[in-house]
Design a protein. Sequence first.
Length: 264
Amino acid sequence: MTFLREILTGVGALLRGFGMVLRRPKLFFLGALPPLITSILFLVVLVALLARIDDIVAWMTPFADGWAEGWATTLRVVVGIALVAASVLLMVIGFTTITLALGSPLYDKIAEEVEEELGDAPEAPDEPLLPSLTRALRQSVTLILISVATAIPLFVAGFIPFVGQTVVPAVSALVGGWLLGAELVGAAFERRGLQRLRDRFAGLRRRRLRSLGFAVPSFLLLSIPFVAVLVFPAATAGGTILARGLVPPPPRPDHPNHPGHPGY
């Protein structure tokens, strides 16, 4: 079936990413250093949240103090689950943004080696460092703001019994995966002259199931502290593999369809 094949192709991009970085142990371990640092920081935040979750939920639901114990407990469990799910969504997107910023040269190198191994890679854009960093920061902040805007209604939906424990976590994974995918295909898209965030989303929409097949497992794995250390280099490579299937490389200068070719 086409939809299943597309999903498996997306999962396969992540698995191929693992294979490519594991064949380069030095690059893999260097690529694991930034997520190790970020994982420690975010684990501290997550542990602090979980340690204080009862107090935070009680502070958020003072109106339930006078309820029957069973109803008050049920409400606060639902609110707690919704709060953790929304926090994980924000943390994974923030984790990805910070990790990519910390290890930018390393992840550019991983993407470059993937492109070279697979062939037909366009030349990397010759762009000054400051404009490139400014654009990357602006796009990362935009993705974080989108995740915040998404987390708010998901948190509110978490108050709904059953929906809050089933639908909300599933939607969080889909939305978080989609935003994560937009981060991970960035380097390959920019190499192809597609520098806007809307270009990435348009590319992901061309192959929605394939994109989600890659991005959702990546999101779930990256949401596990320290497992993310091992996954991040592979997800970076997998994002490049995925991007190559979403946007074909432009014609090379010696290709008849290239504007600079004499026969164009």
